[in-house]
Design a protein around this ligand. Structure first.
Ligand SMILES: O=P(O)(O)O[C@H]1O[C@H](CO)[C@@H](O)[C@H]1O
Ligand SMILES: O=c1cc[nH]c(=O)[nH]1
Length: 232
């Protein structure tokens, strides 16, 4: 399980059995535990492509077979409310690191078995139905995600219009890298995100904790079920 924020690694203690933190270097905090007897590691990726690339490559070299990004996102469509669970099927590719692993025209797709396992686990932990989404992974949080800054209002507005024209459901900063680099390393890949913000209604979740915890439960249940699914 790959959250961006190192602080979220410790939350896995409430979700996994026998959980212990192994250590932290830079933005990479790592813990291990089990879900229904299946070994599960949690490793924070930090923000954006380069640090996420390092996490995915090194986890693959350590023997991890499936990577699931567990993070937050900003929703674009009004149908996605803050706190909703979203299972990513595809990421639009705007990052830097992932283009070294697959040419830009190759789509960043989740492994179907991973997305289906996440969708199957969701109803036990979320009241509202999970969304299947296409996310834009962008290497810039402010202007790149269309947020107006002083003296950059026009540029940000043009950028937001460009994003809306892509028809994506949401924006984050790591899904593309997890899906592309993970697939290049021969892993099963997926991503499940909580909507931290709705750009349509300009609203934010006041407290991320309950939804993030529920999302980790979904990812842990999916990890357990995926072990019963052979192959990559
Ligand atoms: O919720 P996490 O996983 O930290 O990820 C999201 O939060 C960060 C931006 O605040 C970016 O990394 C974005 O993708
Ligand atoms: O709006 C948001 C919220 C979380 N993460 C992002 O990248 N954007």
């Amino acid at each position: 399980m790959l959250p961006g924020d190192p602080a979220r690694v410790d939350r896995a203690a409430q979700v996994l059995d026998d959980f212990r933190v192994l250590g932290q270097n830079r933005e990479f905090r790592v813990g291990v535990g089990t879900s229904g007897g299946v070994p599960v590691a949690v490793c924070s990726t930090g923000i954006g492509g380069p640090s996420t690339e390092i996490a995915v490559v090194e986890l693959a070299r350590l023997g991890v077979r499936t990577v699931i990004r567990t993070g937050g996102m900003g929703a674009l469509g009004a149908h996605i409310e803050p706190g909703d669970l979203c299972v990513v099927t595809e990421a639009e590719r705007e990052g830097g690191a992932a283009r070294h692993y697959a040419d830009p025209e190759i789509p960043a797709l989740a492994t179907t078995a991973v997305s289906e396992a996440l969708l199957a686990a969701a109803p036990a932990h979320f009241r509202r139905p999970a969304h299947r989404i296409r996310v834009l992974s962008c290497d810039s949080y402010y202007v790149g995600e269309g947020r107006a800054l002083d003296r950059m209002e026009e540029r940000a507005a043009r950028r937001l219009a460009e994003i809306e024209a892509m028809g994506v459901d949401a924006m984050d900063m790591e899904c593309e890298t997890v899906l592309t680099v993970g697939a290049a390393m021969g892993l099963r890949v997926g991503a499940v995100l909580v909507a931290h913000a709705s750009r349509a209604s300009d609203s934010w979740l006041e407290d991320y904790e309950p939804a993030q915890l529920a999302m980790l439960r979904v990812a842990a249940a999916a990890a357990r079920d995926l072990v019963a699914t052979p192959g990559v």
